[in-house]
Design a protein around this ligand. Structure first.
Ligand SMILES: NC(=O)C1=CN([C@@H]2O[C@H](COP(=O)(O)OP(=O)(O)OC[C@H]3O[C@@H](n4cnc5c(N)ncnc54)[C@H](OP(=O)(O)O)[C@@H]3O)[C@@H](O)[C@H]2O)C=CC1
Ligand SMILES: O=C(O)C1=N[C@H](C(=O)O)C[C@H](O)C1
Length: 264
């Protein structure tokens, strides 16, 4: 049993998720050790030290929860690995090179990375893997539909890509070899075994994802809707506490929820 409360820092303290994280860290029994904003300015209504440099924040924390922007990932990974600070990473839209930086950091510190910290999405993604295994691409066309608020900057969403990757894993193929995203114009017919994506944007929709399998004779769809971003913040804080006793490695929300020991 750890006597000291967990010291949690928040990268992107003034973000839509960052502001909720500040509340959930305290509600979860942790210490809000500080946060970052781009210019180091304090955030109205949140009482903690604020830095512009994540290295400064890291020295005061056991773990940093990071929901920022993809442009920060390489620098954040290097800084947290150098200071030995665990990392809960929710930022989406990573390139292969940015993902490699996360993998490298996870060789030195414990990292939980998830495109979506909601328990419901974690389960839907697991089910998508099982459906991919059971419903072959030769008979069942897999499509992922997502809708988000108008401010979202990356598409398809990280969650949609994770769901597509799960379908591909179930089918024993690579998503990269079968992805059909952003169809427009004279696309030709759907490729056999393709995994398709469609991204909608509008208003203040928090996050909606559907995985849809359609054959000649039937359709099966799984839909998840987030009503409140707090579901991401509570999931990320849960991940931060779970990380406390872990060795350096890359973990995901299935690890945090203990699902990997449950038979599929
Ligand atoms: N994994 C999950 O469960 C979820 C993931 N996300 C992802 O989290 C990320 C943030 O989402 P959201 O909170 O809605 O976004 P916001 O734009 O509301 O917040 C992002 C914050 O990141 C900071 N930031 C942006 N660019 C930089 C930079 N170059 N350097 C340092 N800080 C920067 C901004 O700081 P400042 O205000 O100082 O400019 C801002 O406050 C996105 O990638 C999103 O897709 C979102 C929801 C759930
Ligand atoms: O930007 C968002 O808002 C969200 N981003 C994540 C994603 O890209 O999947 C998670 C959630 O859908 C909300």
């Amino acid at each position: 049993m750890n006597a000291q409360p967990l010291r949690i820092g928040i990268a992107g303290l003034n973000g839509r998720v960052g502001r909720l994280l500040a509340q959930e860290v305290v509600a979860g029994g942790g210490v809000l050790a500080g946060g970052t904003t781009r210019d180091g300015a304090p955030v109205a209504g949140i009482d903690c030290p604020v830095y512009s440099d994540i290295s400064q924040l890291a020295h005061h924390c056991d773990v940093v929860i990071d929901f920022t922007h993809v442009s920060t990932v390489v620098a954040h990974g290097a800084a947290l690995a150098a200071s030995g600070t665990a990392w809960v990473l929710g930022t989406t839209g990573l390139s292969a090179a940015e993902q490699q930086a996360v993998d490298a950091a996870a060789g030195r510190v414990a990292v939980v990375q998830a495109a979506n910290f909601s328990p419901g999405v974690t389960l839907v993604t697991r089910l998508a893997r099982q459906m991919g295994a059971a419903l072959p691409g030769s008979d069942y066309d897999a499509e992922i539909l997502e809708m988000h608020h108008r401010q979202k900057v990356d598409a398809p969403s990280g969650t949609a890509l994770a769901m597509g990757r799960a379908v591909a894993e179930g089918r024993g193929i690579k998503l990269e070899d079968h992805i059909e995203s952003g169809r427009d114009g004279h696309t030709g017919p759907r490729a056999d075994g393709a995994i398709g994506f469609a991204a909608l944007r509008g208003g203040q929709i928090v996050g909606e994802h559907s995985v849809i399998f359609t054959s000649t004779h039937e359709q099966i769809s799984l839909t998840h809707r987030s009503f409140d971003r707090r579901v991401y913040a509570t999931g990320a804080v849960r991940a931060a506490h779970w990380l406390r006793t872990r060795r350096p490695a890359l973990y995901d929300m299935e690890d945090v929820l203990g699902l990997k020991s449950v038979a599929e």
